[in-house]
Design a protein around this ligand. Structure first.
Ligand code: CAA
Length: 255
């Protein structure tokens, strides 16, 4: 692998973006590597959570501008440029973004495709594509608006300004803001907690929460109720509830 470093610790897999000379700019090759690593792991029952991180200085400064700069509209449409990023969003294993430094453009979009975002105090978020004469193209106009609302999303997208971790935390883009040196430990800790729960319930919870952003309230509640009912077909449900009643810790096996 050229652009990633991957480590596994039990059920938690950490992927570190590693293109330091271009501040982890997200090239097509990096995305191919990312999906090549994560998709098989997503299907592996021994995988409980992914952590995606950058360096101590930068998460990712966006899509690779050099790679895009010379393309025509016909090239972009023919390649359906950026389309494979949705395969990252669609991974069913929970993903935690551990963010230090800038998460701009595609970097911010990558963080928003994750389920939890743990940010250091030095983290900076934004969608500065307007400065390049374009707009966000990896879901930024859609996800940012759903996450932080129209007024704030347009403030960022139309002015190209960035926001610091505190502002990102207060408007709902970030799950937890911690001191810079605590970002990865905090993310790994959360990942280990999630990975220890039963996989059917974890995946069901993710899917239902995402449904809240994709559908109306009545349909979302009906969907949640059906998924809740379906979990009563799992051994994890029996184990979790029996363990509670027997006053002992549960032993989930994902079945
Ligand atoms: N793509 C390609 N190369 C990039 C890059 C990117 N997104 N961001 C930084 N680099 C490169 C720079 O060209 C520079 O390379 P050289 O050393 O060869 O000149 C190197 O990384 C270091 O960058 P800077 O010298 O600019 O570093 P800095 O510390 O002065 O500034 C920064 C840091 C504010 C993040 C600045 O690099 C920056 O503004 N980067 C671009 C941010 C951006 O516009 N992102 C959006 C890209 S479009 C997108 O993401 C997709 C989309 O949805 C459409």
């Amino acid at each position: 692998m050229n652009h990633l470093k991957v480590e596994r610790d039990g059920r938690v897999v950490t992927v570190r973006l590693h293109r330091p000379h271009v501040l982890n700019a997200l090239s097509g090759e990096l995305l191919t590597e990312l999906l090549g690593v994560l998709r098989p792991l997503d299907a592996d029952p021994e995988t409980g959570c992914f952590v995606v991180t950058g360096s101590e200085k930068v998460f990712a400064a966006g899509a690779d501008i050099k790679e895009m700069a010379g393309k025509s509209a016909v090239d972009m449409m023919a390649e359906d440029y950026f389309a494979p990023w949705e395969k990252f969003a669609d991974l069913r294993t929970p993903k935690i973004a551990a963010v230090n430094g800038p998460a701009l453009g595609g970097g911010c979009e990558l963080a928003m495709m994750c389920d939890l975002v743990v940010a250091g105090e030095s983290a900076v978020f934004g969608q500065p594509e307007i400065r390049l004469g374009v707009i966000p193209g990896i879901g930024g106009t859609q996800r940012l608006t759903r996450l932080i609302g129209r007024a704030k999303a347009l403030d960022l997208i139309l002015t190209g300004r960035t926001m610091d971790a505190r502002e990102a935390g207060s408007c709902g883009l970030v799950s937890r803001v911690v001191p810079d040196d605590r970002v990865l430990p905090e993310a790994l800790d959360a990942a280990a907690t999630i990975a220890a729960y039963g996989r059917p319930a974890v995946r069901a919870a993710r899917e239902c929460v995402d449904m809240a952003l994709e559908t109306g309230l009545r349909d979302g509640i009906r969907f949640e109720r059906r998924v809740f009912h379906a979990l009563f077909a799992t051994a994890d449900q029996r184990e979790g509830m029996t363990a509670f009643l027997e006053k002992r810790p549960p032993r989930f096996d994902g079945s």
